[in-house]
Design a protein around this ligand. Structure first.
Ligand SMILES: Nc1ncnc2c1ncn2[C@@H]1O[C@H](COP(=O)(O)OP(=O)(O)OP(=O)(O)O)[C@@H](O)[C@H]1O
Ligand SMILES: [Mg+2]
Length: 397
């Protein structure tokens, strides 16, 4: 074995490779330059690959790539040795390096073939781009579907809330209407009899004074039941064709004298407002209730706007309507207050200041006249009450 290595590395009996080339400078230097360029390139390529491989830890087939690095390095070394052996007959060293190169080449070749099907299965950049585009499209579709679902959900929740509110108002209306109606009949009897007793009692007696008080109380009770009947849409109405602008002007005129100077009154009335068929007294009452509410909501002053407009069929329903908007810049309502504001006897005002029958009267008047009422309000953002009333001649039952 020792002898084998001695013979392999023994150089005494050997001539350098340049000797075979007869030391012809043209041959010698062409070999030197070519081998040097190949060797340098072969050293540079694996260095670049090594830098790339260490930075990109995510790459597939890294093992084979490292084998390539070793293989090219070994090849480069054989070229440098070719230069060396031109002058020094180190053919043993050259043979060892060649053998190492051969081993690495064989390993690389063997490792390469089984890798080919796996490498072919890796999607190409163009395929990846296509897959990415398809994925992006599906994400966009999913986002759109989600947005549509959320929208539908929000719409369903709004519809459910509206249904709940109208069912509540309907139930309250039936209860209130039933009680107020019967109570009103009883009151009529009470009032008729008290009035008769009053006529029979002599002027100055204590009984006369008591009967006067009883009559005043009964009349108040009758007004109260009137308001309840208005909310329950059971108030007998005397609808007549009206120019609603006239009603608004009348109330505005009345209010401008009664309102605090810190409240600025603004009118914006449609010049060609369609006529409506409503009970003028109830309409005035409703408008007055809304103006008083707006005033109460602006203790520090603000702007009260009264607006009328035509609303053609289609945008707000199947019939032509007129809209009356009463808007204030007051303290507004919280969600809880807004949800209950139309209930009879619901008030946030202190005892004795509010009975909670204003908005119910407005609601009853609007619905009994074939229209509707909507409230828009938020704390600190003021309140907008919108009444829709059908254009005269387009009504209903
Ligand atoms: N413009 C408004 N701004 C803020 N809150 C309002 C407004 N209008 C009504 N509200 C709220 O709705 C509640 C009910 O109003 P509604 O007119 O039915 O009764 P009231 O004003 O309290 O009493 P009444 O009108 O019988 O004197 C009020 O107490 C108030 O809290
Ligand atoms: Mg009120």
């Amino acid at each position: 074995m020792i002898e084998y290595w001695q013979r392999l590395f023994g150089t005494a009996a050997l001539a350098p490779h340049g000797f075979c080339l007869l030391w012809d400078p043209a041959l010698i230097w062409t070999h030197v330059v070519a081998d040097a360029l190949i060797g340098l390139s072969y050293y540079s390529i694996p260095v670049a690959m090594a830098v790339f491989l260490t930075r990109r830890q995510d790459l597939q087939f890294r093992g084979v790539a490292w084998l390539f690095v070793a293989f090219i390095l070994a090849c480069g070394t054989t070229h440098f040795l070719s230069i060396w052996t031109l002058w020094v007959p180190d053919y043993g060293l050259e043979a060892v390096v060649k053998m190492l190169t051969a081993l690495v080449s064989v390993f690389t070749a063997v490792a390469l073939w089984p890798m080919i099907p796996r490498a072919l299965a890796v999607p190409s950049p163009a395929e990846l781009r296509l897959a990415n585009d398809a994925l992006r499209l599906r994400i966009a579709e999913r986002d759109a579907a989600l947005a549509a679902l959320e929208h539908a959900n929000a719409e369903r929740q709004t519809a459910e809330a509206m249904l709940r509110q109208s069912q509540k108002m309907e139930a309250l209306g039936q209860l209130t209407g039933g009680i107020a109606h019967d109570f009103n009949n009883l009151l009529t009897i009470v009032m008729a009899n008290v009035a008769r007793a009053r006529r029979l009692a002599s002027e100055e007696t204590a009984i006369g004074a008591s009967l006067d008080s009883a009559l005043i109380g009964a009349e108040r009770a009758a007004r109260l039941t009137d308001q309840l009947l208005a909310f329950a849409r059971r108030q007998p109405l005397r609808p007549e064709v009206q120019d609603f602008n006239e009603i608004v002007r009348g109330i505005a005129d009345l209010s401008s004298r009664g309102l605090d100077t810190s409240i600025h009154l603004e009118l914006d009335l449609a010049a060609d407002l369609w006529p409506v068929e409503v009970d003028a007294g109830q309409a005035e009452n409703a408008l007055l209730n809304l103006v008083v509410n707006a005033r109460d909501a602006m203790p520090e002053g603000g702007t009260l706007s009264l607006l009328t407009a035509n609303v053609a069929a289609g945008s707000a329903g199947a019939t032509d309507m007129i809209s009356l908007i009463v808007r204030d810049t007051g303290h507004g309502m919280s969600d809880g207050v807004r949800e209950r504001a139309l209930e009879p006897f619901y008030t946030t005002k202190e005892m004795g200041r509010g009975s909670g029958l204003g908005l119910p009267q407005v609601y009853g008047f609007a619905t009994q006249s074939g229209g509707s009422l909507s409230l828009e309000s938020a704390p600190g953002a003021g309140t907008t009450v919108r009444l829709l009333l059908p254009r005269a001649g387009t009504i209903r039952s």
